[in-house]
Every structure is written in C-alpha cells, then in structure tokens.
Design a protein around this ligand. Sequence first.
Ligand code: AMP
Length: 357
Amino acid sequence: MTMLAPGATIGILGGGQLGRMTVLAAAALGYRCHVFAGDRDAPASQLCAAATIAPFSDEAALARFAAAVDVATFEFENIPADSVRRIAAAVPVLPRPEILEIAQHRLDEKNFLRSIGVATTEFRAVESEADLAPALAALGAPAVLKSVRMGYDGKGQATIDAGTEPRQAWRRMGGTLGILEAFVDFAREISVVVARGADGAFAAYPPVENRHVDHILDTTIAPAALPPATLREAEAIARHVAERLDLVGVLAVEMFVTRSGGLLVNELAPRPHNSGHWTIDACITSQFEQLVRAICGLPLGSTERHSDAVMKNLIGDEVAHWRDAVADPRAKLHLYGKKVTRPGRKMGHVTRLLPRN
Ligand code: AMP
C-alpha cells in the first residue's frame, strides 16, 4: 500500500460522532475529510472540509464522492453493501468491504468466529416464527432473539424466558431473519480495540469493562479490572480476529466474561468504538488517530496510556451535566453538536482521568 501523505483527502461514510472524532484526529495530522452523510448538520459533516449530502442509494453521489477522496472508510455499520462496493471499485475502502459485510450480519459474524476457532455463545438461525420453538428447545431458556441485520444498542432484540410466547418474541425482534442465542449469564462485559496496518503492524488498547443501561453503553472503565491471564487472552483473541480478517483499520471486539472466567465473543465492530473514546484523553494515540494512520499507510502510533480513565456517555437529557464536566479538573468533555436531544440518543461523553494503576 502506498502511503497517503498529509494533505490527502479521507472519505468517511456516515456523519455521526465516530466520524466527527475521526475528522478531528485527521485534521490534527493535516488530512482533509470528506463526509458522505444524509444531513449537512450531522456531527461529522459540521466539521469536515467537504461533504456529499445524499442517501446511500444515490449512485451519482457515490461516484462524485469516490472521485473526490483518496481513501474511504466508514463510521457506521448499516451502510448498504452495494453502495460500499461501488465506492471500492473506484478508490480503496478500508477496512475491506467484506469485513463490513461480515459485521453487518450476525449469523455470518458468528459463523466466521466459529470458523477461526473463537468461542461464542451457542446460536441457531431462525428463519421464521415456526423455527423458533425448535431452536428454543435446542438452546433452552432464557435466550436472546436478535434480528440478523440492522441491530444496535439492543434494537431488534427480544429476551425469551420460560413464559415468553414465541410469537410475541418474533414480533418484538421485528426482523425477517433472526438468530437465537443462548443467554450468557456473564460476570462482566469487556471490549478490546485493536488496530492493524497494511504491513501487518498491530497495536492493542487494554481491554476495558463496559456497563450498559437499557442496552446502551453507559460507562467504560479503562482498563478492566481482571486477572492478567484473562486480559492477555482477550487481547490475543482480538489480535487473532483482526489478523484472520486481514484488517486494515480499527476493530472493536466485544466479549462476555463468563462466571467461570471464560471469554465469549459477542460482536465485532470494524471501526472506532464507543468503548474506545477514553483513548482520546488517556493514551498517546487515540483510536481515531490510529484509524487515520492505518488507512493512510502511516506507522501505527503508541497505544500507551498515561492515565486510567472512566468514560461516561451523556445520553439524552444527561447532556445537561456538561456544566459539571467543564468544572471538573480531571474531566474532559466531548459534545457531538447534536441539536435535538432524544431519550437514548448519544449526545456526548465525559472522560474522567485517574492516576495510572
Ligand atoms: P448486542 O447488540 O449484541 O451488542 O447486544 C446488546 C447487549 O445485550 C449486550 O451488550 C449485552 O448486555 C446484551 N446481550 C446480547 N446478547 C446477549 C446474550 N446472548 N446473553 C446475554 N446478554 C446478551
């Protein structure tokens, strides 16, 4: 891969906060960003040098975007595969579009993980309501029914226990193809954010603990307080996944730590991740800068952390706490420029820095 020197233009598919923080990191290194988004006022399009404002189905807009950028990446997973392939025909898209397609499809994702020897919870494909009863009989209750596509932050999910009517669960899931997963009675949820360059260079941030409220990430504790052997195993799993995907970019691997201390991978996100936001303020190189470095062919930066950190998302009305954050000398406030506050909407985050343990 040839290096793209500062001054080149990075295309970002998606206009959300992950794109916004990528634009900021790219600008610090002297790159320009061109965002493809549905809204000129989206968090990332507010800041970028140029924007294509169109739906992902607009072929002419995709062609204009591809012609205007030197490399493209995505900050959002639910982009139609056809649109990404169109861009990839004209300009490199990193991570590879095939990786995005695996992450977009919960069944393909779990089958891929199994095929490379990575443990996941037991699962069954559920193609219709009629498939649900036999799948439940095989896995036992409780179980979690998820739509294979377009799920995030607990959307498209239904937990099924002994008393749940299969019909109700199928309706609540709302998809056309589902995956039934055995419920994991986990001790903790963790994630590992890793980066990989085209030359195979690898960098990992320490595993972090994630706490969810109403299925939405609320708090990340960095690093996770787990035995060193578990931390090493989590990082090794994330590295194995990144290498087997032939990743160029950043990948988050979400895992459950079981009550017996085992690790099961739940999800892959081939992009910067909410659980990596703390790296902006507590590490030498943030996950966003790492993405820019990886896709532009620069050497990866150091992931060394100078502080431990607790990252709290500001969700919905919690954004009103911005005043506390700016008054706290150990806190770093990040707001995403969203005009409308809605319940469940990620409006910003605060990272509180702690002395390194
Ligand atoms: P996901 O959209 O797969 O990341 O799921 C969102 C959240 O739901 C996870 O972070 C877990 O807290 C919970 N969850 C998902 N799948 C399972 C499972 N199989 N067993 C227990 N909890 C789960």
